[in-house]
Each structure stands twice: as C-alpha cells, then as structure tokens.
Design a protein around this ligand. Structure first.
Ligand SMILES: [Zn+2]
Length: 121
C-alpha cells in the first residue's frame, strides 16, 4: 500500500496519505491547518534499486578485483557471481551450461578452435 507524502503550501508541514490503490489520486488535505494547497513530495522510504543501478553495481571494478581475463576459470567464476545477482530470469540453465562448458574446455568462443599461438605445451 503506497504512502504519499504531501507538503502543505501554507504551513509547510508534511501530511502522509495512505492510498488503497496505486495510481489513485490521493485527496490530500493538510492535517495541521486544513489547507488543500498540497504539494506532493518524494517518499522518504527507500526505493528498490533500479535495474540500471544493479548493473552499475555489477560493473564496479572493485568487485572484479580477482578477475584474470586470460583465465577462463576466473571469468567463469565471475560470471557465476553475476548470474546469481541477476537471478533466474537472466541466468537460466543455458547461461549456467555455457559457463560450465567454458570452465571445462577453457574456450571462450565455444567453437573448440584454438587460435592461440601458445599451444606448444
Ligand atoms: Zn498546512
């Protein structure tokens, strides 16, 4: 149930209005002086992080501190971590299978080809 907060234009005090439905136009009236000249203010309650903010957090370099981009296992580990953050919708079975394969074969491209020049081990 959303709570809207209104600031009174007359006395400047806040009035909270509880609405039963989202999008319902709250009929705000100042609790303190009765004025109807109310201005909607942002709720002080914490909003859930937006998808964009989550992606920003994921891209934070400090979180990838131990990533070795030349090591498929390291990348696989990082992607698993990301997958957990993104949830099932983003990181379904296909996602996990791809990581498993990458980790097992050490091949990023997934086509099995070896185009590196350091295969003389
Ligand atoms: Zn007022």
């Amino acid at each position: 149930m959303p709570i809207y907060e209104f600031e009174c234009d007359k006395c400047g005090r806040l009035t909270s209005v509880l609405t039963m439905r989202v999008g319902e136009r709250a009929d705000a009236k100042c609790r303190h002086c009765g004025s109807a000249a109310m201005r909607r203010v942002l709720s002080r309650f914490a909003m859930p992080k937006s998808e964009e903010a989550r992606l920003d957090a994921l891209a934070d370099p400090s979180r990838l501190g131990d990533l070795d981009e030349n090591d498929p296992k390291s990348i696989a580990r990082m992607m698993r971590k990301m997958g957990r953050e993104m949830g099932e919708e983003f990181a379904g079975d296909d996602f996990n299978e791809a990581i498993d394969e990458m980790e097992a074969t050490g091949d990023f491209d997934g086509d099995g080809s070896d185009d590196s020049d350091s295969d003389d081990l």
